[in-house]
Design a binder for this molecule. Structure first.
Ligand code: 2HA
Ligand code: ZN
Length: 225
């Protein structure tokens, strides 16, 4: 079994490359996580190693206890994911309390998962619940034009929703629930995670003012789309 040949890993890596090609991942900008299916965990578990220590997530996600996530690494560049997956992405296991994680594959040389892990996991937790276990992908990118809009428009859900719906006829079909807007907040912690996951109850898209977008979806294609 070659873990890099698995469909979920190939789809994850392709999405990183596609995002970079859009110009949405300058330097180490952006991050991606995927909630693995039980059968995927079972299939690749033979290559996991359990020597790394449990670390604090920085928030609580009891809904995700004992789940496994594929995640981009903190400080890692999307450009490099396809060139060296094991150095730039990894699989983390959540403990039985939903407060700690440990790296079980990849993220070699003691690398750690994305600094936005609290937001990713709190979004996964709420989406797992409200989509009846369907959503598995959370994606954060620095989508240039949307960031520019946050310097121009009032930072309100209904204003961004209307402007984006008006930009292209397909938009109301693709995100009929609209989009939410998080005002400027310090990234990388629990506070912004709580604010974002609140919006994810109602929306699949949360815009971070002057920063980027968070998206949720059932698979890589839908989320990226
Ligand atoms: O550097 O995008 O929000 C990764 C990020 C932090
Ligand atoms: Zn960011």
């Amino acid at each position: 079994m070659n873990i890099l040949e698995q469909e979920f890993i190939k789809g994850f890596i392709r999405m990183c490359s596609d995002g970079f090609a859009q110009g949405w991942h300058e330097r180490n900008g952006g991050n991606l996580t995927y909630r693995m299916k039980d059968e995927e965990v079972k299939y690749v578990q033979s290559v996991f190693s359990y020597h790394r220590s449990w670390e604090d997530i920085g928030t609580e996600v009891p809904e995700l206890a004992n789940e496994y996530f594929l995640a981009t690494g903190s400080g890692k560049y999307f450009r490099n994911v396809e060139l060296d997956p094991e150095a730039n992405i990894g699989i983390v296991e959540i403990d039985k309390t939903g407060t700690k994680y440990r790296v079980v594959w990849g993220l070699i040389h003691e690398a750690v998962p994305t600094s936005e892990l609290p937001t990713h996991l709190m979004n996964h937790a709420i989406k797992k619940m409200v989509t009846d276990n369907q959503h598995r992908v959370i994606y954060h990118c620095h989508s240039t034009n949307v960031i520019a809009l946050t310097f121009v428009l009032p930072l309100k859900d209904e204003i961004f929703t209307r402007e984006l719906w008006e930009m292209a006829t397909e938009c109301p079909v693709v995100f009929p629930a609209g989009v939410g807007v998080v005002p400027w907040m310090v990234p990388g912690g629990r506070e912004i995670a709580v604010a974002t996951s609140k919006l994810m109850k109602d929306y699949d898209v949360a815009i971070w003012a002057h920063h980027g977008i968070f998206c949720s979806g059932s698979d890589f294609d839908t989320t990226f789309g």
